[in-house]
Structure formats: structure tokens, C-alpha cells
Design a protein around this ligand. Structure first.
Ligand SMILES: [Zn+2]
Length: 445
């Protein structure tokens, strides 16, 4: 089914974006089928206006820090593009800076009773998810997972009655599921107190994640059921255990949740039907199995985690030189954006083994193209490989190998001859900062 962008009265976009995960662990890839992205949004006959949020819920994304010099770099897509990479992020998603409260419910069913304690399921994801966001955001996102119901929340119907399978649309299964969750939790929970919802399913419900990944996020979904007067618009569902068989589940299995929560903050999927070949392991929205990784700098700017002076917009013709500092460390210039038009641009950042980036085998300037008119899962970001068809430099499981040596090293240059754009990595910053000097040349026209 083709995506069908919904509209609310007044012409604003109803950004109900069910998210499908296509990612597979390497050993299951040959067997996995690909599910097309689908979207079904009913046309609302309602007022088209939500009541103003009384509390944190629905506070919405913050625009990225910027000055007038950044204006040419605020690329944006058509309003119908699902989960566009454009900045600023449209309303409806969760705020991604400051303190956010994640209502986290552990759910089980009569045909899949919770095994062990609900809080042990919670501890598969926390505190690592919190720490992951603290590190990636340089401390700007204070993620508070809250468990007002510390036990398994038993839903009234067996799991199989909801008809949840890979690629299941929001209606009717997830709508019923959310309504039942709301009914079961409502006596204890005031939904207005939270920015978004995490549903941690008992891991014995549904198939193994090695067979079929059911984990899914419905983000910016204004058509969602209402709880305590607010729509449950941003909800991540995590199933099964994302165990890649490497014995590292305790260290890496939580990473499905920061990926799913990336969607509640408005980030699209960067893997495509072909897998991780567009962005590799350079963003958790591309690969969330295996060794830890970070987000690309573009996403950090989009989420409000960079100051205006940490992003340089290279819009004018001529040659300019910059010292980029490692994306995984706090402070300094993090991102160069070379706009190519209203909806696309190149981005340049320095990736090293630091912070959440633990699998980097070849540090250097990562260069990628952002296209705000490309939908989630269709390749809105594409990384340029400085060493094409090399096979890469990593043997780490579940790290896309070919793009692992994509960054440009000192002495190497990226060229777009048609547009007269060159990005040269001049060398390592002689001051010993760990930064790299990068020269950007833009021709006229
Ligand atoms: Zn996803």
C-alpha cells in the first residue's frame, strides 16, 4: 500500500506515522521478507485542533539552534513526506531537549504471561537507554523512564486476538491495544504527566526478533486514542529480545529502544529495503543491532543538541576552512552543512571512537547527503564511501562492513564536480585538540 498522507481540517498534516522496522540481524537476513512501508490515516471529522497541552505531554519539538547565517541550511521537504529529515521538525512529536518523562509500562497477556519480574524486563533497557541519550545529546536530553506500575500490566484479551504481526497498521490492532493499555493503566496513571509511552512487551509474546522484528513506533499520531484528555500520540512498542547471538545481549540488546524513541522525536528510519547500505553503522536509526553507535550530526542538530555555533552553513561561493571536533565529544564545531537547494544538502562531521561510537575502525570526516523529500525507509540520508568496494575495516557482528571505512582521512577529498563542490580533509588539528581541519570549496552557480 502506498503511503497516504492524512490531512486534518485546516490543511495541516496529520503526522500519524506508523513505523515499521525492516532491520534484520545478519544471520536472518537471507530469510527475512521485506514489508513495504504503509500508512493509513483516517480523515478526521473532528475539530482539527487539539486542546493546548496542560502539561509536558505534547510540548513538541524544539527548533534547532540557528542564526540568520543558517537559513540556507534549513532544508525542508514537502509537507506530505513521512518523517522528513527537514528542519525544523514539525509538531506532533515529543520534545527532545530538557527533561522528558517516558511512561514505561511492562505488558503481558493471558496467552503470554510475564516471566520473571516486570522490573527485570525494565532493566534490560534502563539505565542504558537513559545513558545513551545523555551521552549522545551532550547532556541536553534528560530522559526519565517512569514506572508508576512496577508490575506486569495484564491486558484483558490474549495477544493473538489483537492480530499484531510485522507491518501491522495502527488500525485496528494497535488502536485496540492502546485502548486496552489505557483502560488498564488509567486508575494508576495520569497520562498528561508524560511526553511519550514505552510499552515493553513480555519477551515471550510473538516471534523471536531473530525471525521477525515486531518492535514499532507510532509517532506524531494525532489520531491515537485519548487518555486523560491527551492523545497517546507517540508510543514505542518493544517485543522479544534483540539478541544477535554474539553473547553481548546485556551490553547491546537495549539499543532497540533508543532507535524506537528516535521516532518519537521525529527521526526517520535510515535503513532501506536493501538493509544498512545507505548509512551503515553511522546512526542508530540505520543499525540498532550489535555494537553501540551514535546519531549523525544532522540528527543532533535536528533534535536541538547542537548550539548555533557548532553548525556551520557553507552557502556562499569560495573556499573556507574549519576545524571539526569529534562528534562523540562535548564542545566544538560538530557539523558542516553545504546546502544544494531547498530540500537537499551535504553534511560533514568528524567520527572517531568516542562517546556512543564504539565500533569506529577508521576515523575521519563522514560525508553524507540529506534529502528532506525522501521518506523514512527510502534512504533520506546516504553516506559517501571514501573506499568503495573495499569490504570495510570491521569484523564486528551486525556492523555494516562496507561503509565502516567510509570516512575521509587527511589527504583525501570528496568532489562533486557537477556542482563545483570539494571537501578536503587537510589534516589533524596541530593544536592537539583531536579535531580535523576541513576545507570546503564551492564554485559559483
Ligand atoms: Zn525504526
Amino acid at each position: 500500500m502506498q503511503p497516504q498522507p492524512g490531512r486534518r481540517r485546516g490543511g495541516t498534516r496529520a503526522s500519524a506515522v506508523p513505523h515499521r522496522r525492516h532491520i534484520r540481524p545478519r544471520r536472518a537476513a537471507a530469510l527475512a521478507s521485506v514489508t513495504a512501508l504503509t500508512l493509513a490515516v483516517s480523515t478526521s471529522a473532528g475539530t482539527g485542533h487539539l486542546p493546548p497541552p496542560a502539561t509536558t505531554a505534547g510540548a513538541g519539538p524544539v527548533p534547532p539552534a540557528r542564526s540568520t547565517a543558517h537559513r540556507p541550511c534549513l532544508i525542508s521537504g514537502e509537507p506530505t513526506v513521512q518523517m522528513s529529515e527537514g528542519v525544523p521538525t514539525p509538531g506532533g512529536y515529543s520534545r527532545s531537549t530538557g527533561t522528558v518523562h517516558a511512561l514505561t509500562l511492562m505488558v503481558d497477556f493471558s496467552d503470554a504471561p510475564g516471566q520473571g519480574s516486570a522490573l527485570s524486563r525494565f532493566r534490560e533497557f534502563f539505565p542504558q537507554t537513559q545513558q545513551w541519550f545523555r551521552t549522545s545529546s551532550y547532556g541536553r536530553l534528560d530522559y526519565r523512564p517512569e514506572t508508576p506500575i512496577p508490575d506486569w500490566l495484564r491486558l484483558p484479551k490474549p495477544f493473538r486476538s489483537y492480530g499484531i504481526e510485522r507491518g501491522a497498521p495502527f488500525d485496528p490492532g494497535y488502536r485496540q491495544l492502546i485502548q486496552d493499555i489505557v483502560s488498564a493503566a488509567d486508575p494508576t496513571v495520569d497520562f498528561r504527566s508524560y511526553d511519550f509511552l514505552n510499552v515493553l512487551m513480555t519477551p515471550n509474546v510473538g516471534p523471536s526478533a531473530l525471525d521477525t522484528v515486531l518492535s514499532v513506533t507510532f509517532a506524531g499520531n494525532t489520531q491515537a486514542p485519548i487518555a486523560d484528555g491527551v492523545p497517546v500520540a507517540n508510543a514505542s512498542f518493544v517485543y522479544s529480545r534483540q539478541d544477535d547471538g554474539s553473547g553481548a545481549y546485556d551490553l547491546t540488546g537495549y539499543r532497540v529502544l533508543p532507535h524506537e524513541n528516535g521516532h518519537v522525536f521525529g527521526l526517520p528510519d535510515l535503513y532501506t529495503q536493501e538493509g544498512g547500505g545507505a548509512v551503515g553503522h553511522w546512526d542508530i536509526m540505520s543499525e540498532d543491532w550489535g555494537a553501540n553507535n551514535d546519531l549523525v550530526g544532522w540528527h543532533k542538530w535536528k533534535l536541538g543538541w547542537l548550539d548555533a555555533n557548532q553548525v556551520a552553513c557553507v552557502a556562499a561561493p569560495g573556499t573556507s576552512e574549519y576545524t571539526l571536533t569529534p562528534l562523540g565529544r562535548t564542545g566544538g564545531l560538530k557539523l558542516l552543512v553545504v546546502p544544494l537547494g531547498r530540500n537537499t544538502g551535504y553534511a560533514v562531521e568528524l567520527r572517531t571512537r568516542a562517546g556512543n561510537d564504539e565500533a569506529v575502525c577508521r576515523p575521519g570526516a563522514l560525508i553524507y547527503k540529506v534529502d528532506a523529500d525522501v521518506e523514512t525507509g527510502q534512504g533520506p540520508i546516504r553516506v559517501y564511501d571514501s573506499h568503495r568496494d573495499s569490504g570495510g575495516c570491521t569484523r564486528t557482528p551486525n556492523v555494516h562492513a562496507e561503509l565502516s571505512d567510509a570516512p575521509f582521512a587527511p589527504g583525501e577529498e570528496f568532489r562533486d564536480l557537477r556542482r563545483g563542490i570539494r571537501v578536503s580533509v587537510v589534516g589533524v588539528d596541530p593544536s592537539g585538540s583531536g579535531g580535523y581541519q576541513v576545507r570546503v570549496t564551492r564554485g559559483r552557480g
